[in-house]
Design a protein around this ligand. Sequence first.
Ligand code: DP6
Length: 334
Amino acid sequence: MTTTKSITARYPSNIALVKYWGKYGEQMPCNASLSMTLSQAFTEVKLSYTQKKSKAPALVYSFNGQPHELFRQRIFNYVTRQKAYTQLLEHYSLRMESTNSFPHSTGIASSASAFAAIAAALLKANSASEMNFTRKASCLARLGSGSACRSFYGPFVLWGQLDDIRGSSNDYAIPVNAVHPNFRRMSDAILIVEDAPKKVSSSTGHALMSGHPFANARFKQANKHCLAMVAALKSGDFDAFISITEREALSLHAMMMTSQDYYFLIKPKTLEIIEQITQFRKDTKLPLCFTLDAGPNVHVLYPESIQSEVHSFLKQISIKSIIYDHAGVGGTVF
Ligand code: DP6
């Protein structure tokens, strides 16, 4: 008799405040990055595994209820490359049913939440009582998509080795401890300028950093920003938080615009919104700021305490739609 077991993993996406842009070797980051974990934007993966006789690996995959060959192929390649899953793949055929709580191509990193959930589900299925489960899952998720390794903790997470931060590593992410109460309840409103799929993939963007004339300066800047951001998060310094977050978003896009094969992901509307946000901050002195992912959509970050003022301000912006989210603490397997 064949038995089927199943495990469900639910993991959120995250938005980088200090950006990972440039990688080498096996998904190693060229600089440290620091993110805020989201909570409403998550991927849920139900992994069912059934005993089989043949040793050939088998994976059936669906995304939001439909087969998706492109995603299946990427995940199959990932799963078959990791030694950690060998046992599982040899003895079981796998079925993954993946669903996202948020629409695709909206400036929310779906590969981050997806690979966090996939890595956690597979690791749990491979060995139920894994020591250092979260650290290992973060490491395995990184091998699927770099930013995914940061979705295991919250609200703020650091990935990348920095001499001044004990326990930091290029292999996995670690939580930022002792965050000041000012930053304990942060919100993120995602203003959707465009919801079309990205013109240039993150992988292509990362690759363009090798040989980029400003690469070394950029990697140094990001490492410095991580240290300054950790200090700001601990001391409760909103001015530093805002300054670092906004310059990081602009540095990321400056890298794209100055690559050998340069490209633009921001749109005129993106700039218009950025100006409205910075003007509103000047007028009101409220601690809100913008950040950008690899796309035209604008993330507005602010503490929950100024939610009503920010919501009325956002109502004045003419925009397709807004997704409201807030900082979270990571995911679970059940
Ligand atoms: C701009 O994690 O999507 O969102 O490792 O190739 O999967 P891969 O890249 P990915 O890159 C994320 C880039 C970013 C910045 C960030 O999240 O730090």
